[in-house]
Design a binder for this molecule. Sequence first.
Ligand SMILES: C[S@@+](CC[C@H](N)C(=O)[O-])C[C@H]1O[C@@H](n2cnc3c(N)ncnc32)[C@H](O)[C@@H]1O
Length: 254
Amino acid sequence: MGRSEPTKWQRALYNDVVYSSTFGAPVEFEEYKQSYVAEVEQSIDFAGQSHDFFIRVKADELVASCARQLGSLKERSILDVGCGVGLMSGYVGDHFGQLHGIDIAPGVVDRASAQVPQGQFELYDGEEIPFEDETFDVAFTVCVLHHVPPSQWESLVAEMARVLKPGGLLYIFEHNPYNPLTRRAVSNCPFDADATLLTRGRSNALLRSAGLDAAEERYVLFFPWEGSGFRTIESGLRWLPLGAQYFVSGRRVR
Ligand SMILES: C[S@@+](CC[C@H](N)C(=O)[O-])C[C@H]1O[C@@H](n2cnc3c(N)ncnc32)[C@H](O)[C@@H]1O
């Protein structure tokens, strides 16, 4: 008797991924180009913080980590992969010499261009990043991979690594599937209906498969409150798998 196809839960167990309850067809972000922020705000309402707060904390983490590893960023170039309406780019762009963003949904790229004049945003096919090899010092992607079919994760991360200069850094920010409040927010959010969450270990494996050396990583967003004191405590807790999200980063050696 032939072996039957594994169920999605068996695949989750083997691949270290976590499926949302309504695993289905890919979400079209074009539908959410106007309502994106409002939909997220509604899904995280119970946390008592605006979506802008969560974006700002991640942008600060990204800029601080890049500065620790690369020094001055003013002459550096950065690429936002899956830039959406440009929320992260808006906070990150001023710290870098050059900012580019790409996405697969035309409407969100238009909004990013309108909202972040210091950046250059363009549409692409989701497969081949439209830049030459070794173009950027940093490439990052925030809450994008969980919308990409798992069979395409490795190729997307490999494409990001291809456009990095030697010594450049690749960052993946993702939801932490071990945080119950994150799971709740994902199940509340209409455009997370296609989400396949990745653990930090799975994201690190993607960096390794792209040939990158391990660089900084940490869990973030433990407390939904403003204040440098909370960010300092979070920094001490960075190893604890309870932050709402995490980032991992890898360095291209050659
Ligand atoms: C949840 S939004 C995140 C947007 C932005 N990174 C942020 O944090 O605000 C996910 C974005 O990923 C984009 N996306 C989905 N698949 C993609 C792919 N293969 N390559 C690049 N972007 C993709 C969607 O069009 C959407 O804009």
